[in-house]
Design a protein around this ligand. Sequence first.
Ligand code: NAP
Length: 280
Amino acid sequence: MRRKVGLIGHPLGHTLSPAFQQAAFDHLGIAAVYRAYDLPPEDVPAFVAGLRAPDWLGVNVTVPHKERVRALLDGEGPEATAVGAVNTIVNDGGRLVGHNTDVVGFRDALVEVGFAVRGARCVVLGAGGAARAVVYALRAGGAAEIVVANRHVERAQRLLADLAPNLPSVALPLDAAALATALAHCDLLVNSTSVGLRPGESPLPDDSLPDRALVYDLVYNPPQTRFLAAAAARGARTLGGLSMLVGQGAASFTLWTGRPAPREVMRLAAEAALARLAQR
Ligand code: NAP
């Protein structure tokens, strides 16, 4: 039987997941087809119910369905519960289980560049679903301090109350003056807002960025955001979002198949798909 697997979201726009997931299935000779399904919210319940059929391995889930899809599932992993968002659904013999692999994708990308989270002072921009996965991973990794800055500061306060209640942490507005002290002393600055998807935009002014920290942008398209370019120009080390994307996808692949993911194959396919997008 040819198995089905895919991605649900709305609107989906250009996504890299079909290219690098299909490359992984093909590389291991697994008969499966990975497709993108652009589903408005009202179509999600019936679609998810259909995932219990034996030909479905499961799906990835992206905005805006990551939170609401939880109520449609039969169980979930501990990261999904803590983060409050599901980015992977696995059809386990007719039982639908939700997972959050953004946590491991974010963490593995830091491991790859040799950044030690333990004891680190961290500044996280954003308080949406991705920021929740980031803060969960930082707390689990032993970060010493987490500052969360968000346009709507009450969302940052809620995030910290949910995910890092016992850590030295503070919620601030997304504002360079308010963040000046934290930025001057941080070891890691993460952009988990969606600002940067459009060329030239950045969540903070160029001259407010730290010069010694690792500066990590979860945005992967464009690969070199203004945020990363400005940080590099100031002398900071930088990390783009593509390795997290591949890492979360590799973890999803293993949950669906029980097999180690061919990460290098996936990374090369993701880079090639991103380059094709850039040429359009
Ligand atoms: P989300 O839940 O919709 O959250 C969006 C965040 O961006 C919120 O904090 C929001 O602030 C902020 N924001 C949006 N527009 C803004 C603006 N004009 N000015 C200031 N802040 C603004 O989205 P998400 O799922 O967390 O995703 C966030 C980003 O992470 C996206 O770019 C996504 O592509 C990326 N991501 C990457 C990966 C990866 O594997 N590399 C994985 C997941 C997500 P408010 O709360 O104030 O509205």
